[in-house]
Design a protein around this ligand. Structure first.
Ligand code: TXA
Ligand code: MG
Length: 344
């Protein structure tokens, strides 16, 4: 299959992409978070193609992308007031809500759950594609399962060239980590995945938030969890990753003591001079966490190289968007963290 590449600037792109979606084909779509691998979310056969192309476990449900908040009630029922408040405040944007699913949403999309995840993405071209297709688009991150997510059209081509109908190239993704997921089906709102909408923003609006244990710890692959996707090893380059916590100086000293040929260092731009002899790769500036979230997955992809033995990674501290960066890096590291203030 020839994978067609449409530029998001091409005025024909939304019409052409929407037509392919209506035909049940796979189209990679840009969003502000990461590229999605999209298909008609109401068409079981089209949705099955997503699982096949990604090699995605069948028990991992998909997010339905809608073009306007008013569509939420078409696919969800018993929508609490909090969901409307969140939609008003943060859509279009990097927030996904889990709500009770209406019967028209196929079980293949929800992986058999009675709930469905919905999101209105902040990409005009993608919202146009959804509107013109006349169906919600089910779209996971477009990476092959287990690999770092796709934040450029080139990443998508690398993983799926020749195996999907088209890619709409909207340039590099602004946020760079996947959307924040909040489950609103229980008494208390629950954070299932941190992202560009921060815990602080959610608490300010909801007054309450439970952080699911899958956010902060490694989950056994046989465990029953709220967000099935959270238990799989994610975002991981082929070699082991160790996060080195602690001050700039202590971390550099620790890494220099342990570094051997074939290792790499993933650090902040400000730290590059400290690692001149350790083959460093910077993923953004510590002083601007948005550059770290935007650059993380491209860096992890670059480090996905079987000739590398081991990666030492530096992780930003604190809340806000840094919380999402920590979550993805810790997952890439399978929660392997050393504290350079204590370890030698
Ligand atoms: O930013 C994003 O959310 C991107 C872009 C393309 O929109 N999409 C994305 O999809 O990250 P994916 O499939 O890579 O991650 C979806 C996560 C998975 O962890 C999945 O288990 C969870 O959402 N999820 C989906 N439906 C759910 C549901 N009904 N209940 C709980 N978790 C759900
Ligand atoms: Mg994903």
């Amino acid at each position: 299959m020839l994978t067609r590449v449409f530029s998001s600037d091409d005025p024909q792109a939304p019409t052409l992409a929407a037509e392919l979606i209506r035909q049940g084909q796979l189209v990679a779509i840009p969003t502000e978070t990461v590229y999605g691998l999209g298909a008609d979310g109401l068409n079981e056969e089209a949705v099955a193609k997503i699982f096949e192309a990604k090699g995605r476990p069948q028990d991992n449900p998909l997010i339905l992308h809608i073009w306007d908040a008013s569509q939420m009630a078409l696919f969800c029922h018993d929508i609490p007031k909090a969901a409307y408040a969140l939609a008003q405040a943060f859509w279009p944007g990097p927030l996904t809500m889990v709500l009770p699913a209406r019967d028209l949403v196929p079980r293949r999309t929800t992986a058999g759950l009675s709930t469905v995840a919905v999101r209105c993405p902040d990409s005009f071209v993608t919202r146009e594609i959804i509107r013109l297709a006349g169906v919600p688009i089910a779209a996971p991150s477009a990476n092959v399962s287990g690999k770092p997510s796709t934040t450029t059209a080139q990443h998508v081509l690398h993983d799926h060239d020749g195996r999907i109908a088209a890619i709409v190239d909207g340039g590099p993704c602004r946020v760079g980590v996947e959307s924040t997921i909040v489950d609103l089906t229980e008494d208390r709102p629950r954070l299932l995945r941190p992202g560009g909408i921060t815990p602080e923003q959610l608490i300010a609006l909801l007054g309450d938030l439970v952080v699911d244990k899958a956010v902060t710890a490694q989950i056994d692959k046989d465990a029953v969890v709220k967000a099935p996707g959270m238990k799989y090893r994610h975002y991981a380059p082929s070699e082991p990753v160790t996060i080195v916590a602690g001050s700039r100086e202590k971390a550099a000293a620790y890494i220099h003591r342990h570094f051997t040929a074939g290792d790499r260092v993933l650090c902040f731009q400000e730290e590059l001079p400290l690692y001149e002899d350790c083959s460093p790769l910077a993923y953004g500036r510590e002083a601007d966490v948005n550059t770290l979230s935007a650059g993380l997955f491209a860096a992890l992809r670059e480090l996905d190289d079987p000739t590398i033995h081991q990666v030492y990674a530096r992780c930003p501290e604190g809340g806000g968007v840094a919380y999402a960066v920590q979550n993805r890096l810790k997952k890439a590291a399978a929660f392997h963290i050393v504290n350079a203030e204590e370890e030698t």
